[in-house]
Ligand binder design. Structure first.
Ligand code: G6P
Ligand code: MG
Length: 217
C-alpha cells in the first residue's frame, strides 16, 4: 500500500501567506473595505478570483467585469513584487528536512495549491525538483474546499486516495483533504484548523517517527 504526500504551497512550504495578505490589504484599503488578519483566514487556500469576490461581498461592492479584471491584475502585480525578492530564506522551518527524508525514502510527492504562481515560487526557492507532480491554480477549476486539486494530485501520483497525506495551513484546504478521504495534517494554529486529523504549529514539530507511522499504515 503505497503512501503519497501532498503539500500545499503558501503557508506550508513558503512564507508567502503574509504577502498575499499585504497585497489584499492594499486593495481593500483602496476600496475602503475593512480587512483584518482574521478576515484573511478565509482567503487562505482560496483562488484569487474567489478571494476578490469575498472582498467585494464584504464591502457590498458591485463591480463590472472590467473592474474585477483590473483589481485581480493589480493584486497579483503587487504580490509578484514581493515574490520577485524571494529566496531560500523564505522556506518555512524544517520543510527541507521533511522533503529530504521523504525523497530519500522514494515517497511520491505532489504539490497541491490554488496558486497560479506555484511553479515560479518553487523555482525561486529551489524546491521544484522534489515534486513528482505540480497541481496548481492553472490546472484546477474548482477552488478548495472542493477536493479537486487533491484528487488530481493523488491520481497523478498513482496513490489511492485513502493513502494520501495532505499538509495544509488553510481551513478550506483541510476541508478539501477530508472530503477527498485523505489524511489531513494542519500546519498552524490548532484553534483555527480544528477539522485536521493531526495538527502541528510547524514542521519543526514533526519527527521522522511520525512520518514513518504515516507511511507504514
Ligand atoms: C493559495 C493561497 C491563497 C491564494 C491562492 C491563489 O491557495 O493560500 O491565499 O489566493 O493560492 O494564489 P495566486 O498566486 O494564484 O493569486
Ligand atoms: Mg496555504
Amino acid at each position: 500500500n503505497k503512501t503519497g504526500f501532498i503539500f500545499d504551497l503558501d503557508g506550508v512550504i513558503v512564507d508567502t501567506a503574509k504577502y498575499h495578505y499585504l497585497a489584499w490589504k492594499k486593495l481593500a484599503d483602496e476600496l475602503g473595505v475593512e480587512f483584518t488578519e482574521e478576515d484573511n483566514e478565509r482567503f487562505k487556500g482560496v483562488s484569487r478570483k474567489r478571494c476578490l469576490e469575498i472582498l467585494l461581498e464584504m464591502g457590498h461592492i458591485d463591480a463590472t467585469q472590467q473592474q474585477i479584471d483590473a483589481w485581480l491584475f493589480e493584486k497579483n502585480e503587487d504580490y509578484l513584487s514581493y515574490i520577485d525578492r524571494m529566496d531560500e530564506s523564505e522556506i518555512l522551518p524544517d520543510v527541507p528536512k521533511v522533503l529530504d527524508y521523504l525523497k530519500r525514502k522514494k515517497i511520491p510527492m505532489a504539490l497541491g495549491s490554488a496558486s497560479k504562481n506555484a511553479e515560479p515560487i518553487l523555482q525561486k526557492v529551489s524546491l521544484l525538483s522534489y515534486f513528482d507532480t505540480i497541481v496548481d491554480g492553472n490546472l484546477v477549476t474548482r477552488a478548495k474546499p472542493d477536493p479537486e486539486v487533491f484528487l488530481i494530485a493523488g491520481k497523478n501520483l498513482g496513490v489511492e486516495l485513502e493513502n494520501c497525506v495532505v499538509f495544509e495551513d488553510a481551513l478550506a484546504g483541510i476541508e478539501a483533504a477530508n472530503t477527498a478521504g485523505m489524511t489531513s495534517i494542519g500546519i498552524g494554529d490548532p484553534a483555527v484548523l480544528l477539522q485536521a486529523k493531526y495538527n502541528f504549529t510547524d514542521f519543526t514539530q514533526i519527527d521522522f517517527e511520525f512520518l514513518d507511522s504515516l507511511i507504514d499504515r
